[in-house]
Design a protein around this ligand. Structure first.
Ligand code: GTP
Ligand code: MG
Length: 184
């Protein structure tokens, strides 16, 4: 309990979003923070962040969400960028098998660069994006297969999302914030 005049320190949580180019990393963040979606594709160059505050129990936390470039030629991030991350969000496109097959590389790359104290328990979360496409008929990776991968990596939480239709995004980032808070 805090006495009058005592300010609870605000918690800043650093979240890094990784995944192949075009899976919808930027779109997910724009939907989450600005409630906006664009059909136009504009490749992310380097990295940039957005912030959103949210309340978890009695705590006010600020999520600092780092968007990164999926295209290799636009990647320019060193180990210093990853250091101090509280959670890593991995994104693939449920309609593109290759983006699912890349996940292990992104997972490994993060651990190599961020070098967290406890790699086994570091919080990752997996998002399977674009579930709206073709009413789900063009899905290339089943939910079962995605969950099996999550189990292999240590019971990672999994969400199927749509940045276009705003499906499951608030739920996913709430989970991200909770996981980040617990890890810190
Ligand atoms: P890089 O910056 O190159 O790494 O790509 P990115 O992962 O940030 O992808 P981006 O958010 O730019 O989205 C790529 C394309 O997919 C854009 O044309 C988006 O409009 C589209 N897109 C993103 N999310 C969804 C979604 O949930 N559903 C549909 N139908 N399209 C989406
Ligand atoms: Mg992008």
């Amino acid at each position: 309990s805090s006495s009058p005049g005592t300010f609870r320190r605000r918690t800043l949580l650093k979240v890094i979003v990784l995944g192949d180019s075009g899976v919808g990393k930027t779109s997910l963040m724009n939907q989450y923070v600005y409630k906006k979606f664009s059909h136009q594709y504009k490749a992310t160059i380097g990295a940039d962040f957005v912030t959103r505050e949210l309340q978890i129990d009695d705590k006010l936390v600020t999520l600092q969400i780092w968007d990164t470039a999926g295209q290799e030629r636009f990647q320019s991030l060193g180990a210093a960028f990853y250091r101090g991350a509280d959670c890593c969000v991995l994104v693939y496109d449920v309609n593109v098998l290759k983006s699912f097959e890349s996940l292990s590389n992104w997972h490994l790359e993060f651990l190599k660069q961020a070098n967290p104290a406890n790699p086994e328990t570091f919080p990752f979360i997996l998002l399977g994006n674009k579930v709206d496409v073709d009413g789900g008929h063009s899905c290339a990776v089943t939910e079962k297969r995605a969950r099996e991968w999550c189990d292999l990596k240590g019971s990672l939480p999994y969400f199927e999302t749509s940045a276009k239709e705003d499906i499951n995004i608030d739920e996913a980032f709430l989970c991200v914030a909770q996981a980040a808070l617990e890890s810190g």
